[in-house]
Design a binder for this molecule. Structure first.
Ligand code: XMP
Length: 478
């Protein structure tokens, strides 16, 4: 039987303002990317070759979001990209350099010099912490000194230690109080479990909203496909300490995706997000196979031509609402594609998304890998669909290895650093939540009233009847 549904997108709706006691500054923007991967800001970057490689992933995680490393590269390269993000910062060193009590102070000094470190935990044969040696302990060492580490180290009874899992603030407090620069972490049997340095904690505090794991490393996701080396790649990315995998396909409601998820889910320890989808039935199917988050969007993207070339797709707000209504609250919905303004993010979140995924906006940032191009005194960056002819010719197979593109190649305005862009986007979301009287992202989706607007309503919403004399940083006329 033929069925007809109506589909609406961001610009078809406005949120009806509600009574509010909420000031934008008091809004909590925390949300989820997947079941276990949290966000401090509900924004992710798209796994596209002109969007997410490690510089953008680092910048976006520092602002509280998450970057998803694209997959149009060899397995080893993608692994390296993930490692670069994870190595960028950390306040817990999980495998610090160590020595034994019977090593000589000369060996300790050499190790410090060679590795550029200023403190070395001393452990016994079974890994129990028995002391620490720092520059201070060896400052009066003379040439030809034959003493052993155990003769000069800070002894066990004088050691200041912390428990694994300690918060960076608390670690810094302990270090300040005891005037030490290094805090060895121990487990319940006093085995050395890690090392925190005051320098690393202070460095990580430069970005207080950064999205980090338990060791203070930036959070990052990585895309995988469902054919070729995907299984091996998934394992390698987990090994590289990716926080989440994203099954990145054009049609997530397909046999290939279901079987890949069925194979991956029991074998992989971290969250797996699956997509892209646009319907309730697809959502239910993928969640049944164990998806920990759903990426929603068939054809809304700025460089996408899927809807035009294939006649398929669902306008994005309807897709977001249908998917989020179909699954339980603990399955985050990622609204992927079609976002140009912060107000559309607010509408997506109110429609049930946990976060949004940005391609075009992120492609225009300083940290994106696209080429900076100057035309007529204006700056642009190149951006292309992962189903564009150029990508297909280079072997990209998100849209099948074929010569029928579902995307285009383009340039977008250069818009400065990720930090600057996030300031505007998060400011707009906060103000939007203020109009709704909501302090949390979850609250925003509980009982919003959407107003279906007409073309006249949309025209009225945009700047009209004037000539802009000074461009606003968060608005460009369509
Ligand atoms: P925006 O609007 O943020 O969208 O640029 C990014 C999303 O677009 C999707 N994408 C494509 N869709 N053909 C498509 O139909 C393509 O070539 C293509 N490349 C990317 C993808 O979901 C991305 O996150």
């Amino acid at each position: 039987m033929r069925k007809i549904i109506f589909g609406y997108t961001f610009d078809d709706y406005l949120l009806v303002p509600a009574y509010s006691e909420v000031l934008p500054d008091t809004v909590d923007l925390r949300s989820h990317f997947s079941k276990r991967v949290m966000l401090n800001v509900p924004i992710a970057s798209a796994p596209m070759d002109k969007v997410t490689t490690h510089p953008l992933a680092i910048a976006i995680a520092k602002e509280g979001g998450i970057g998803i490393i694209h997959r149009k590269m060899q397995l080893e390269k993608e692994v390296e990209e993930v490692k670069k993000v994870k190595r960028h910062q950390a306040y817990v060193i999980l495998a610090p350099w160590t020595l034994r009590p019977h090593n000589t102070v000369v060996e300790a000094k050499n190790l410090m010099q060679e590795k550029g470190i200023s403190g070395i935990p001393i452990i016994n044969d079974v890994g129990v912490l028995v002391g620490i040696i720092t520059r201070r302990n060896i400052q009066f060492m003379r040439n030809g000194d034959t003493s052993m580490v155990q003769d000069v180290m800070t002894q066990k009874e004088d050691l200041i230690t912390g428990q694994m899992g300690i918060l960076p603030r608390d670690a810094l407090d302990i270090m300040k109080r005891n005037r030490v620069e290094k805090l060895p972490l121990v487990d319940e049997h006093y085995h050395l479990a890690g090392l925190i340095t005051a320098k690393d904690v202070k460095k990580s505090e430069e970005f207080p909203n950064a999205n980090v794991d338990a060791c203070g490393r930036l959070i990052v996701g990585a895309a995988i496909g469902v054919t070729g080396d995907f299984f091996e790649r998934a394992h390698a990315l987990v090994e590289a300490r990716a926080d989440v995998l994203v099954i990145d396909t054009a049609h997530g409601d397909s046999k290939n995706v279901v079987s890949a998820l069925r194979r991956l889910r029991p074998a992989i320890s971290i969250d797996i997000v699956a997509g892209n989808i646009a319907t309730a039935s697809a959502a239910i199917r993928l969640v049944r196979e164990g998806a920990d988050g759903l990426r929603v969007g068939i054809g809304p993207g700025s460089v996408c031509t899927t809807r035009i070339v294939t006649g398929n797709g669902v306008p994005q707000m309807t897709a977001i609402m249908d998917v989020s209504d179909a699954v339980s609250d603990d399955i985050p919905v990622i609204a992927d594609g079609g976002i140009e303004y912060s107000g559309q993010i607010v509408k997506g979140l109110a429609g049930g998304a946990s976060c949004v995924m940005l391609g075009k906006i992120m492609a225009g940032t300083h940290e994106a890998p696209g080429k900076l191009i100057e035309i007529g005194g204006k700056q642009f960056k190149d951006y292309r669909g992962m189903g564009s002819l150029a990508v297909l010719n280079e072997g990209g197979e998100r849209y099948g290895a074929k010569a029928v593109p579902e995307g285009v190649e383009s340039i977008v305005d250069y818009i400065g650093t990720v930090a600057k862009v996030f300031e505007q986007l998060t400011g707009g979301i906060r103000q939007g939540m203020g109009y709704q009287g909501c302090t949390t992202v979850k609250m925003l989706s509980l009982s919003p009233t959407f107003c279906r607007i007409t073309a006249a309503g949309l025209r009225e919403s945009h700047v009209h009847g004037v000539h802009i004399t000074n461009e606003a940083p968060n608005y460009k006329a369509p």
